[in-house]
Design a protein around this ligand. Structure first.
Ligand code: 5GP
Ligand code: MN
Length: 329
């Protein structure tokens, strides 16, 4: 039996032999970590008929309120789970344990750990690691697993997986949109999903403050290297001015990348305690490789990093290194 099928068999056996199962998502949750976690949550509940808890470490973006069972998430800082030891922990869409946020201590003390992901930078931190960097999303990896195990989907499970694929491919526009994933997505529509309705909900509905914050960030954009680098910053003051939350900064960096001369777009976000979060998007340059120099990671054209420095210092540091790296590229 090949290695992949062995892992799938172990996945199936470890769920069957566990009584108490926990599922973990990444900080700043997106459509893929939500979609893949809810899909596996419902499969474990309805197919395996086991006790299962699905965890979140951050606020869920309001755009995903439409998803069935979105209210099932328990917070990883909920004191009722403080001393809990799960038989089995499953992490979805989490490249490194740092991306687990407060969920890490619960995950770490679980008796057995499964890591399901599609990031090439995944560090194989599980007892079983089902990682497919060719998959568009963790949701597609879950779909393949369910297919291999011949587990029938329901309309809800198909919706979760579709939303994960749809959001991680940017509405089937990024380079992770393979022919295979389009075929799989088309099959998911057989469960009675509406592609246009899900696009409307995931991409075409925004709060007023989200658009105003985006407009402000675009107006403040700066350019380097003959406009090949485009960057902007969002300070805590900006966030306060628009009464915005982290979720309202979503996709701003992708908007900047649209500029025709742009190869790399960056969004610097000031966080509390002199921490700066950087989102990077590119067209040619490998930003995942670049982000790893600062302990970050992600995908070739979409990556992120976190620096324990005030925003102005972080900007100088990252932009200086990036200019050098792109000149040498
Ligand atoms: P975003 O910019 O949307 O937050 O993240 C884009 C990609 O970069 C995601 O695939 C995510 O996994 C990765 N990423 C974002 N922030 C970080 C970070 O602080 N550390 C690491 N290792 N990866 C990150
Ligand atoms: Mn993903």
């Amino acid at each position: 039996m090949n290695f992949y099928l062995e892992q799938i068999e172990k996945f199936d056996e470890s769920i069957k032999s566990a009584n108490d199962i926990a599922i973990f998502t990444h900080v700043s949750p997106d459509g893929d970590t939500l979609g893949s976690s809810l899909a596996i949550f419902k499969v474990i509940q309805e197919y395996y008929k086991k006790n299962v808890t699905v965890f979140i470490s951050d606020k869920i973006p309001k755009v995903y309120d439409f998803l069935p069972y979105i209210n099932c998430y328990k917070r990883t800082d909920d004191l009722q789970y403080e001393n809990k030891i799960f038989d089995l922990a499953i992490a979805v869409d989490i490249a490194t344990i740092e991306r687990m946020g407060k969920g890490f201590s619960l995950f770490a003390k679980s008796k057995f750990k499964i890591n399901i992901d599609h990031h090439k930078s995944n560090t194989n931190y599980g007892d079983i690691n089902i990682i497919n960097p060719k998959a568009s999303s963790a949701s597609e990896v879950i779909l393949d697993i369910l297919d291999d195990l011949k587990i029938e989907l329901t309309k809800d499970i198909a919706t979760f997986i579709y939303v994960g694929i749809l959001t991680d491919t940017g509405g089937f526009r990024y380079d992770n949109t393979s022919q295979k994933v389009l075929q799989k997505a088309a099959k998911l529509l057989d469960y009675g999903l509406s592609h246009s309705e899900l696009c409307q909900k995931c991409f075409m509905t925004k709060e007023k403050k989200s658009l105003l914050l985006t407009a402000n960030a675009i107006l403040n954009a700066k350019f380097l290297l003959c406009d090949k680098i485009v960057y902007t910053a969002i300070t805590l003051n900006d966030m306060k001015k628009y009464n915005a939350k982290n979720e309202h900064t979503d996709r701003i960096v992708e908007t900047l990348r649209q500029i025709e001369t742009c190869d790399v777009a960056l969004l610097f976000k000031e966080n509390l305690n002199q921490i700066t979060k950087v989102s990077l998007r590119s067209k040619i340059f490998d930003v995942s490789n670049f982000a790893s120099k600062f302990g970050g990671g992600g995908h070739k054209f979409a990556a992120g990093l976190t620096i324990q420095k005030p925003i102005n210092i972080a900007m100088d540091l990252v932009l200086g290194e990036l200019s050098k790296a792109m000149k040498n590229d």
